[in-house]
Write a protein that binds this ligand. Structure first.
Ligand SMILES: [Mg+2]
Length: 230
């Protein structure tokens, strides 16, 4: 825990696991990605259902380059990979549930005139449909998904993009997320952050966050933590 340096003017929210429970079938998504790559001649070593989707995609991309196929063919395969993920994400969006206590926090931040944006590894459209489904879309100025830029989180480009769009300095944007990538992204650009501790990820990955809040205590503790940045 550390004392914030400057007042914040906006919050970048992670989506899955922070605002909503997304229930994507991760294992199936990983299987699909691996299948598309291997069907197209990619050497399967290194690809694994134990690794996150994005890691499999990145490994597959590198291996695709080794095949020395045309750029057009490469693009076509990557599109197929993307499609196989989006199909599952769309199903998950349909079944998304809001995290308990979150709506009140979003309303509080809105009352405090903070700008709120979505900082997600989902696609922009899936994120939008999910927010619509759980009826909180109105709280957000905009969404920055993985398809909106070339280097998504934990790369700092994702947050720099958000700061530029809001015309803010890095200290004026608070990042809230449940995954190490969220906090790493904040650390990478020197922005304050709050880690949400869930059963999905360990506390270790949230290192560097100004506060760590247990998800089942969001209603009581998250507002208190945000207030220290105002
Ligand atoms: Mg998350």
């Amino acid at each position: 825990m550390s004392v914030p340096e400057k007042k914040i003017r906006a919050i970048a929210w992670d989506l899955d696991g922070t605002l909503v429970y997304f229930n994507i079938d991760f294992i199936q998504a990983r299987k699909n990605v691996i299948e598309v790559f291997t069907e197209n001649g990619v050497d399967p070593s290194g690809l694994s259902i134990q690794k996150p989707i994005i890691e499999n995609v990145n490994i597959g991309k590198e291996k695709l380059k080794e095949l020395k196929i045309s750029e057009k063919k490469e693009k076509k395969i990557l599109k197929k990979v993307e499609k196989s993920i989006i199909k599952l994400e769309a199903q998950a969006a349909e079944n998304a549930r809001i995290v308990d206590g979150i709506k009140e926090i979003l309303e509080f931040c809105h009352q405090k005139q903070l700008r709120q944006v979505i900082y997600t590894l989902n696609t922009n459209l899936i994120a939008k449909n999910t927010l619509k489904k759980v009826k909180i879309l109105k709280y957000f100025d905009f969404i920055v998904g993985r398809d909106d830029l070339s280097n998504p989180k934990p790369h700092k480009d994702h947050l720099i993009y958000i700061c530029n769009k809001l015309n803010l300095s890095n200290k004026e944007l608070l990042i809230i997320g449940d995954n190490s990538r969220d906090i790493e992204g904040a650390n990478n650009m020197g922005a304050p952050s709050i880690g949400i501790l869930t059963i999905r990820y360990s506390e270790k990955g949230l290192k560097g966050a100004n506060f760590i809040i247990e998800q089942n205590k969001i209603a009581q503790d998250l507002k208190k933590a945000i207030k220290t940045f105002l």
